[in-house]
Design a protein around this ligand. Structure first.
Ligand SMILES: [Zn+2]
Length: 577
């Protein structure tokens, strides 16, 4: 898939056609959001009207229509190589991942128009390139409806959360089941944005704030980046929004309880966008406007956030890029990586929070006690905000991974994420660490198209593995995508490709035995004292199987040479330490 970045040619600015750039949001008195067709047509008009704007298409989606990318650059060049090599800071804004939450779709249009129609645009934003995905979940955007956002206050109609395959694209950044996600990841890798912003509308508790925000969890970023995330982005955005009379607060991560006694940060594992961008050392941000605020208010708040962000990025362009560079340098030297995290309830930040009074009353619908909020009664208090995560397990980084070519779905995803691999052409014997999958749990209900595994544990042993030429890719961990590959290739990681079912084939034993045949061989095996002792031990550890002949034969089968011990439960990605 090739990204078609084009260079718009403007031989004479005077020939530029000025289109009517009123948006659907404006023309409808702030009641409606642009449809996919209206939106793309508007962006084409903006491209026609401004030399700083290029509208391009990239990649496929599940619904069959292309994804679009708007590039805004004061230098007026839009080619992929020049964007990547430029010394400017690149912001990527992604809208309509959940098209029922369309605030960013309309805010982006106002944002871009105001920027590029400003006579001083070139002088004001010389160091920033802005890339905007107008609609990411195109299938969902086309699936317009009046009502699927049960708690949301407008617009009159909007798209649906699931994409054409009913996938939630904000759970798809690692597994990439959708074409949308595969196209996105390729674009993300090609563009390598320094800053990523994704726009949403929140569910959950009620409170007076219109805007809440999430960011790549600072504890998961390396130090120079986490300092910039909190010191430049978070404090800068809070101050700018406050100055605009639009105070905001961290995403209120609560469902079914009120914020009175505090709340905890959201753990953005890599399946979510800000967790995914963190793996590539990009600063990830999310806006979550409050569902009960009017659509017009939410769009304007999202616009303020975008304006604040671009001003911050322009002002701190160099420190932002330096922090990223330092993060990549630190990554090279880092040998141990946390794989999973949990909220640290032993530390918190005092958060001044403005809330609505929560109370319980008897529900007219169910007759049961129900939590409500009184919007006429506000309180302001300092509440604990549990904003830190602590690692729950860590892994030492190997020098190389060996990834079997036959697991093609994994290879494709590694390539999309910029992982360089070299096929081992000749037969080779390699000393490796090999994982055996010990235990794991599997969800009873499908989650995003998967019977997802969790609580995965492994044991590791050293082995000399003989590989046929062309069978394995050698993957050095000394590359920019080091952290990404560790989190997807280490089976115990919460978003590992093992846990997302990409390696389920190894969990099934392929060959079995007929008991009446193997029985005789088993009896001979038991002539060996060690085998007999092992069977005794097995029975004492599993007393319920004392009278179960087949279970005892199976135990012996697994000790025999017939058992596929180099395949069954053996994780086929090996580590060279
Ligand atoms: Zn959302």
């Amino acid at each position: 898939m090739v990204i078609l970045f084009t260079t718009a040619l403007w031989s004479c600015e005077n020939v530029r056609m000025q289109k009517d750039l009123t948006t659907v949001f404006e023309a409808s008195d702030s009641l409606e959001t642009a449809t996919y067709d209206q939106g793309i047509a508007w962006w084409k008009d903006l491209e026609t009207s401004s030399p700083y704007v290029s509208l391009q298409s990239f990649g496929e989606t599940d619904i069959g229509k292309p994804l679009h990318l708007v590039v805004i650059n004061a230098e007026r060049n839009f080619s992929a190589e020049k964007l990547r090599d430029s010394s400017k800071t690149v912001i990527l804004i992604n809208n309509g991942i959940h098209p029922g939450e369309p605030d960013g779709i309309d805010a982006s249009m106002l944002f871009a128009r105001e920027l590029v129609m400003d006579d001083e645009f070139e002088e004001r934003y010389p160091d920033v390139i802005i890339a905007i995905i107008p609609f990411y979940n195109v299938g969902g955007a086309l699936n317009r409806n009046c009502c699927s956002r049960a708690n949301q206050n407008g617009p009159m109609s909007y798209g649906f959360r699931g994409n054409a395959k009913n996938l939630d694209l904000n759970r798809d950044f690692i597994k990439c089941d959708s074409k949308n996600a595969r196209s996105f990841v390729k674009l993300f890798n090609d563009l390598d944005p320094d800053v990523y912003l994704e726009t949403h509308v929140s569910n959950g508790a009620d409170y007076p704030y219109t805007m809440t925000y999430l960011m790549s969890q600072p504890d998961k970023l390396s130090e120079p980046q986490s300092d910039v995330m909190t010191g430049v982005f978070e404090s800068g955005l809070l101050a700018k929004m406050k100055a605009e009379n639009d105070d905001m607060t961290p995403y209120v991560n609560l469902f079914g309880t009120s914020p009175d006694s505090g709340f905890a940060t959201f753990y953005d594992s890599p399946r979510y966008s800000t967790g995914f961008t963190a793996l590539h050392n990009s600063f990830g941000l999310l806006t979550e406007t409050h569902m009960l605020k009017e659509f017009s208010q939410r769009v304007m708040s999202t616009l303020r956030f975008m304006n604040s962000l671009v001003e911050i990025v322009q002002k701190h362009s160099k420190p932002i890029r330096d922090a990223r560079d330092a993060a990549f340098t630190n990554l090279k030297a880092q040998n141990t990586f946390p794989l999973d995290w949990e909220v640290d309830y032993e530390s918190h930040k005092d958060l001044t929070f403005l809330g609505y009074a929560a109370y319980y009353d008897t529900s007219d619908a169910t007759g049961q006690l129900q939590l409500y909020y009184d919007q006429d009664s506000t309180w302001e208090s300092i509440i604990p905000y549990y904003n830190r995560l602590k690692p729950t397990n860590s892994i030492r980084c190997p020098e190389y991974y060996l990834v079997p070519k036959s697991w093609n779905d994994v290879i494709v995803r590694l390539e999309l994420n910029g992982v360089a691999m070299s096929l081992m052409e000749s037969d080779t014997a390699v000393d490796c660490s090999v994982y055996r999958i010990n235990e794991f749990e599997t969800s009873k209900q499908p989650y995003e198209g998967h019977y997802y595994h969790s609580k995965t544990s492994t044991e590791s042993h050293e082995s000399t593995v003989v590989m046929r030429g062309g069978e394995y890719y050698l993957v050095s961990t000394n590359q920019k995508s080091k952290r990404f590959m560790i989190e997807v290739l280490e089976p115990a990681g919460p978003d590992s490709y093992f846990n997302w079912n990409f390696f389920d084939e190894i969990l099934q034993q392929k060959e079995w035995f007929s008991a009446y045949v193997f029985d005789k061989e088993a009896a001979q095996m038991l002539e060996k004292r060690e085998v007999k002792e092992n069977l005794k031990k097995f029975i004492s550890q599993n007393p319920a199987l004392r009278d179960n002949g087949f279970a005892q034969l199976y135990h012996l089968y697994k000790e025999s040479d017939h058992y596929e011990r180099d395949r069954h439960m053996i994780y086929p990605v090996f580590r060279i330490e």
